[in-house]
Design a protein around this ligand. Structure first.
Ligand SMILES: [Zn+2]
Length: 240
């Protein structure tokens, strides 16, 4: 990417206006937003909940309906522990190349089903792979949801060493940053594009990421918790 193009992208991502997706939180508190995608996972989610409890942290879980339907009790555990439930989609198919009506209908239906299963209102949506078009963005908004993307990533959907994951997670570790991480892996059964889960101890990774952020004075909060004292920063994020 050329320097000019990269600079334009940075500018647009921090000045979203009405076409903006939430990419950060403006806050004075020493907090970052911790997010988990692709679960709930019958094994990993409960282990991660233990870590969050031990660190007195909260997080936002962007769940897949392919998982939520079969792990409904985990939704209740997430909620009971004070975390936030959000939607990652009916499945993990990218929506950026689907038509407006298809996206609006499948997202609205998934939102209604998730609210019913979890017993809480759902506000946020994260597009699988971070892929969204202008049309899919508008369809998600018409479903009553707000797209939420991210800044740093724990790099836990691919093979990497623990050191690489932590280094990557700390890139952009600052107040109000939204960190992308995963409590599961979306494979073919979820509509994912590949089916090779990385070998990663997700509980260990969560512990290390929280410790690394804490060393920088930053405490993990769910998006809802961070917004009790902060305001969303929106940026333009369209990638097909
Ligand atoms: Zn995902």
């Amino acid at each position: 990417m050329t320097g000019v193009k990269a600079a334009a992208k940075r500018f647009l991502r921090s000045h979203g206006g009405p076409l903006g997706s939430i990419v950060r939180v403006r806050t004075d508190r020493p907090e970052f937003v911790l997010t988990y995608d692709d679960g709930p996972d019958p094994t990993e989610t409960a282990r991660i909940l233990e870590v969050l409890r031990d660190h007195s942290c909260t997080a936002t879980f962007f769940v897949l309906m392919t998982r939520a339907r079969t792990s409904t009790s985990l939704l209740h555990e997430i909620r009971a522990a004070g975390h936030e439930i959000a939607l990652h989609g009916p499945d993990h198919r990218p929506i950026s190349r689907l038509g407006y009506t298809v996206v609006r209908e499948r997202t609205s239906a998934a939102r209604a089903e998730l609210e019913d299963l979890a017993g809480v209102p759902v506000r946020w949506y994260r597009p699988p792979y971070g892929l969204q078009s202008l049309s899919s963005f508008r369809a998600v908004k018409a479903s009553g949801l707000e797209p939420v993307l991210w800044g740093p990533t724990a790099w836990d959907s691919r093979e990497a060493t623990m050191e690489q994951r932590i280094a990557r997670a700390l890139r952009g570790a600052e107040k109000g940053a939204i960190l992308l991480s995963h409590d599961s892996y979306a494979g073919y059964a979820d509509g994912g594009r590949s089916d090779s889960p990385p070998s990663v101890d997700r509980r260990d990774l969560a512990t290390r990421v929280l410790a690394a952020y804490r060393e920088r004075g930053l405490h993990a909060r769910s998006l809802a918790d961070a917004l009790t004292s902060g305001t969303p920063i929106k940026g333009i994020w369209f990638t097909r």
